[in-house]
Design a protein around this ligand. Sequence first.
Ligand SMILES: O=C(O)CCC(=O)C(=O)O
Length: 334
Amino acid sequence: MRFDCAIVIGPEPMDKDSFFRLSELYDLSHQVDSLNRQVDVNDIALENDDLNEEEELCREAFDTNLEKHNFFNEQNKYIRAMNVKRNRDYVYLERVNGDMVNILGGLELYTQVFNAAEQKKIIDKVCELQEKARKGELKRAFTAKGKGRSAIQFGCCFNYRTGKPGNPVGILRHETVDPLPSLFKMIIRRMVKWHVLPPTCVPDCCVVNIYDEGDCIPPHVDNHDFLRPFCTVSFLSECNILFGSNLKVEETCVYSGDSYSLPLPVGSVLVLNGNVANVAKHCVPEVPTKRISITFRKMDESKRPVWFTPEPDLQGIQPLPYELNSSAASDHVS
Ligand SMILES: O=C(O)CCC(=O)C(=O)O
């Protein structure tokens, strides 16, 4: 690594709680990029070990630069958070019980929440979990028959269908399941800190959906054992999700009824609240190619498994203090 004693010094470090203006951050982003190119944290560690006494003079400047690097990393985080694209105000009118209703009320799509490197890390983790599931090392993993998807549940065990008596649809309060992997808790923290999910509804469980080519998920409204909003993060490939109050299954993976189709880019987070979570059904028709999604939800307190204890590192998460830029949102009218 090149160690440059003359790295340009930026402004004084700001208080963590300061509010940042987007324009200031755009200016900083170039400095962040160039600094990131020059100084890599891992390189710094190596370089630090190699320092000998004669280089002591440079150490002070080195420490200053490390401080600046941390400062720019902090700025970088804000820049990325503020650059998330927030699409909301979707409109799709349908007649429901005689009234015209915007069935997309409460729908939000956040794109560029996870970058390519983060997506890869998450996909690798899912592959590792899938392998564990194959070996029978996870408590709650299954593959639906035919063109269904595979699913792995964490944090609670959810029963999709009425089966044997005593196993109603919903959270099975007496079944044990694996806890949320720590990487998934980091995803949750990111979503709350970056204003994607409200701090009042921090997810405590999730289901990983693994779709092979041609797999689908049929029209459904998420069970009310889970609070609103809930969200789904998409990985590996883009597909469309359909919303409609009257969606019906014609045959496996083929659905009928008026619907609004929304593409889900990789690295995006789809948040469902209000009408879109409670009035509209949603489904994913046959996916063109392998896809992974993770649906994160918060359980209704009275429906939690009997053994459940809240995760300490999911408590008290606060959104980063910055103003949401309304121009980043776009309207979708159908
Ligand atoms: O995979 C998706 O995008 C949708 C997942 C979903 O609807 C669910 O997990 O209930």
